[in-house]
Design a protein around this ligand. Structure first.
Ligand code: AMP
Length: 200
């Protein structure tokens, strides 16, 4: 985001925000999220539509965690077309299952400053307080081990078909997602810059 000067829209964040604010949409979404299931397409598409309409960012945006199904991808096409926009690139991160599980199971967020750390990878399992501000660290309900398997299954059945969908449209860049945050970030920038992103 900083290097390319683009906005960041994460449907997961939007949904967690709605849950935290106790909105009717949040109440509806919470059960799906906690079970590791996908929130219905129409709900997510409405959220993205609303966010794109509010956004004054003319420099572009990065969609994170969206689309996750074929109907969401075709719905996104319609939202973009209505605004005279098109996708520049779609990124696919390749990460082995056991590394995904380690990253998700170890993920903790600070209640006060919002920083995200991994207790296994960064602290060998030995931290209870936020390393940045001393705040309380918590684990997302859907990051618990029992839910991770459900989320991976949902990926296989509902999200994986998007790989062929975007590959066929020549929009897909595959990124090796194994490595440090800095290494993976660099690979993302190289992939995006190859297609002229950030040059506008
Ligand atoms: P994330 O923060 O992207 O890992 O998303 C957390 C949870 O929010 C997911 O497991 C889903 O329950 C829900 N969610 C986020 N994005 C979507 C989406 N595009 N479609 C359906 N559900 C979503």
């Amino acid at each position: 985001m900083k290097r390319l000067g683009v906005a960041w829209f994460s449907t997961g964040e939007m949904l967690r925000e709605a849950v935290a604010n106790g909105t009717p949409l949040g109440a509806k979404a919470q059960e799906y999220i906690n079970q590791g299931r996908l929130v219905p397409d129409s709900v997510v598409l409405d959220l993205v539509d609303e966010r794109l309409s509010q956004s004054e960012d003319r420099n572009g945006f990065l969609l994170d965690g969206f689309p996750r199904t074929i109907p969401q991808a075709t719905g996104l096409d319609a939202l973009l077309e209505a605004r005279g926009l098109a996708l520049d690139r779609v990124l696919l991160f390749r990460v082995p299952r056991e590394i995904i599980i380690e990253r998700v199971a170890g993920r903790r967020t600070c209640r006060d400053c919002g920083v995200i750390i991994n207790v296994f990878l960064d602290f060998k399992g030995k931290t209870e307080a936020c390393p940045q501000c001393g705040g309380e660290l918590y684990q997302r309900e859907d990051d618990r081990e029992a839910t991770i398997a459900a989320r991976l299954e949902v990926y296989e059945t509902q999200t994986k078909p998007l790989v062929a969908f975007y590959h066929d449209r020549h929009l897909l860049s595959e990124i090796d997602g194994v490595g440090s945050i800095e290494e993976v970030n660099e690979r993302v920038l190289v992939a995006l810059e190859a297609f002229g992103a950030g040059s506008a």
